[in-house]
Design a binder for this molecule. Structure first.
Ligand code: TXA
Ligand code: MG
Length: 350
């Protein structure tokens, strides 16, 4: 199958490209599109065969449910068995935006879309092309991140093409996404709402709107005796072939340690990759040193992280050392993704 990559012009969103992708979705096919978090791989959420195609194209385990993307609050009412009061409050505060809510589903959503669960994940994305695509297709759009299962989520249309070229008919290219890591997921079917995946919308922000909210203990458990509640969070998202280790501590101690480790590796004729920041990158002597951006700009760190991880797939290094990014707001989300990529290998230095 030939994959068409259609550029979106920010001035002319209602353009032919959206219409073409909407027609593909309406007729049961797949279209990749930008959202404010990462690129999504969309299909008609109410068509079981269309949802199945998503799993095939991504190589995704069929027990891993999809997020249904909507363009109005009424869409949520259409697919939820009951709409909790907390959903209204959170929608008022954060929709459209990078927050996914889990509610009990009704029969409008087929089991193929929810991996057999009786709940459904719902999100109203804050991206004009995504909203236009949902509206023009007349469908609710089931969309996981538009990567091959096991690779970092795409933050550029080029990443989607890398993984899915030849497997899907159309990619809408809206340039680089704004946030760069996937939406926060909050489960509203629990007595106390539970964050299943950290993201741009933090626990503190949710707490301010609905009061009590907990974080899934399965997320932080290292060698999970407690499995995470979101099926997708149990899979290791990305493990660079080279192996990744996080070195955490004060700036100078981290630089010193990474350089010492680099020397050891060089002595053993191994190639070293390093993930640093604009402030530190020059201080390393690894073979490939990449910066996620300025340490003070956590939004930039989140936006660049997956691109940097992908870049290490295309260079040959034997080991990657990364600084730690426990930034004030998005730190939890950034470190959740990085720790998974590192298989929780962290070296603490003073
Ligand atoms: O930002 C995002 O959320 C992006 C964009 C495209 O919207 N989408 C995304 O989808 O990250 P995906 O499929 O890569 O991640 C969805 C996560 C998975 O971990 C899945 O297990 C979980 O949501 N999930 C979906 N439905 C669920 C449900 N009913 N109960 C628990 N977890 C659910
Ligand atoms: Mg994903």
């Amino acid at each position: 199958m030939e994959t068409k990559i259609l550029k979106l012009d920010s001035q002319a969103l209602g353009c032919a490209a959206i219409g073409e992708a909407a027609e593909v979705i309406r007729s049961g096919g797949l279209a990749a599109f930008p959202t404010e978090t990462v690129y999504g791989l969309g299909a008609d959420a109410c068509n079981p065969n269309a949802s199945k195609k998503i799993y095939e194209a991504k190589g995704r385990p069929s027990d891993n449910p999809l997020i249904v993307h909507i363009s109005s609050f009424e869409d949520l009412i259409r697919i939820a068995k009951a709409v909790p009061h907390t959903a209204r409050l959170l929608a008022d505060a954060f929709w459209p935006g990078p927050l996914t809510m889990i509610v009990k589903k009704n029969r409008a959503v087929p089991d193929e879309t929810t991996g057999g669960l009786d709940t459904v994940a719902v999100r109203m994305p804050n991206h004009p092309a995504a909203l236009a695509l949902i509206r023009e297709s007349g469908c609710l759009i089931a969309a996981p991140s538009a990567n091959t299962s096991g690779r970092p989520s795409p933050t550029l249309a080029e990443h989607v093409a890398e993984d899915l070229n030849g497997k899907i008919p159309v990619i809408l290219d809206g340039g680089e996404v704004g946030i760069g890591i996937e939406s926060t997921i909050v489960d509203l079917t629990e007595e106390i709402p539970l964050i299943l995946r950290p993201g741009y919308i933090t626990q503190a922000m949710i707490k301010e709107v609905i009061g009590d909210v907990r974080v899934d203990p399965g997320l932080t458990a290292e060698d999970s005796e407690i499995p995470p509640k979101a099926p997708g969070m149990k899979y290791r998202h990305y493990a660079p072939q080279a192996g990744l280790m996080i070195v955490d501590g004060s700036k100078d101690a981290v630089i010193q340690k990474i350089n010492a480790l680099t020397d050891q590796m060089h002595a053993a004729k191994k190639k070293v990759g390093i993930i640093g920041t604009d402030e530190t990158a020059f201080a390393y002597h690894g073979d490939v040193v990449l910066s996620v951006g300025a340490r003070e700009e956590e939004d930039a760190i989140a936006r660049h992280l997956y691109r940097i991880l992908r870049e290490f797939d295309s260079v040959s290094v034997d080991i990657i050392y990364s600084e730690s990014f426990q930034t004030p707001k998005m730190g939890q989300a950034i470190m959740n993704r990085l720790l998974k990529a590192a298989g929780h290998q962290v070296l603490m230095v003073q």
